[in-house]
Design a binder for this molecule. Sequence first.
Ligand SMILES: [Zn+2]
Length: 99
Amino acid sequence: MNIPYINAYVVSVPGSTFLLCGPCPHCSKWHTHGIAEGHRSPHCIGQRNSGYIVDIIGSAPEELFHATFKLKMASRRDVVERVKQRISDLLTQVVPYTK
Ligand SMILES: [Zn+2]
C-alpha cells in the first residue's frame, strides 16, 4: 500500500504546546498533530485508508492553526474557498527548516 507524504508546518500557539498542521490527502481538510515526523492516522479516515507520513517543512504563523479549524467547520463553498485562499497566503510566510 502506498502511504502518501504530506508537508506539515509547526505552529506555536500561546498557552498550548507546539502543534503540527498539514493538509490531509484523504479528506482535503487540514489536521493538527503533536510534533513528530512519521506515520499518522488522522481521525477522518476509515479502515481502508493508510493515513499519511508527516514531513515537517517549517514553521508557520499561529493564524494557520486557527484557519485549519475554520476550514474544518466550514460547509459553504464560498467560505471554504476563502479559508483555503487564506491558508495559501499564510504558507508564503513559512520559515523553512533546514534538515
Ligand atoms: Zn483528513
